[in-house]
Design a protein around this ligand. Structure first.
Ligand SMILES: Cc1cc2nc3c(=O)[nH]c(=O)nc-3n(C[C@H](O)[C@H](O)[C@H](O)COP(=O)(O)O)c2cc1C
Length: 189
């Protein structure tokens, strides 16, 4: 059994929902999982005590949370010698076309450049567009950002672009990668 740390940044909670789903899958596979919001992280948390580290961040105005970038930079030395992964949540990844993928990959490349960290495993997930919960300015800006995107909305005009099956399968693949790196065989339930 591995102890996997997941650290995530979130603006409106979608990345937390995704981190929770990943955590559930780690536990279902017999691993211990600790999941923390980077904004609430305990300064005493010692990442050396974990067997693997997964980082998650969402994209707002073209960038991931500064606090996530900062945390990665601070912990980079330990991170690179621990099995690690990164998942990014964005509106662009919810677009099922090449432009969306190119945009999401562009955000990721900037993150890798800024942190000087090349994650072992990477996933790009679509986020959620909760227009009904934003104020006027935020709603207008987000509508502009996703203007070329097609998506289905619910009765309040919101859209969840997250493919939950991909989230669970990434969690499973990451768990297997960690097991292999640790040379352990963990029996799935
Ligand atoms: C103010 C705002 C700005 C956003 N900017 C972008 C953006 O530049 N590119 C993009 O692909 N998605 C953008 N999004 C979509 C978010 O990535 C998406 O809503 C995601 O689910 C947010 O995750 P979170 O709730 O964990 O913060 C933006 C969303 C908001 C609310």
């Amino acid at each position: 059994m591995a102890h996997i740390l997941t650290v995530f940044g979130t603006g409106e909670g979608q990345t937390e929902k995704i981190a929770d789903s990943i955590t559930e899958e780690f536990r279902a596979r017999g691993h211990e999982a600790t999941t923390v919001n980077v904004a609430e992280i305990d300064s005493e948390l010692d990442i050396d005590e974990f067997d693997a580290v997964l980082i998650g961040a969402s994209v707002h105005y073209g960038r991931q949370q500064k606090s996530v970038r900062q945390w990665v930079k601070t912990n980079r030395d330990v991170l690179v010698r621990t099995p690690n992964g990164f998942f990014q949540v964005s509106g662009a990844s919810g677009a099922k076309n090449d432009e969306g993928l190119a945009e999401a990959t562009g955000y990721l490349d900037k993150f890798i450049d800024a942190t000087n960290w090349q994650p072992d495993r990477i996933a790009l997930f679509g986020g959620a567009l909760r227009f009904s919960e934003y104020g006027f300015l935020k709603r207008a800006l987000l509508k502009f950002i996703v203007r070329n995107q097609e998506f289905e909305t619910d009765e309040s005009g919101d859209a969840e672009l997250t493919d939950w099956e991909s989230v669970v399968s990434f969690a499973g693949e990451f768990a297997v990668f960690v097991e292999e790196r640790l040379g352990e065989a963990v029996e799935a339930d």
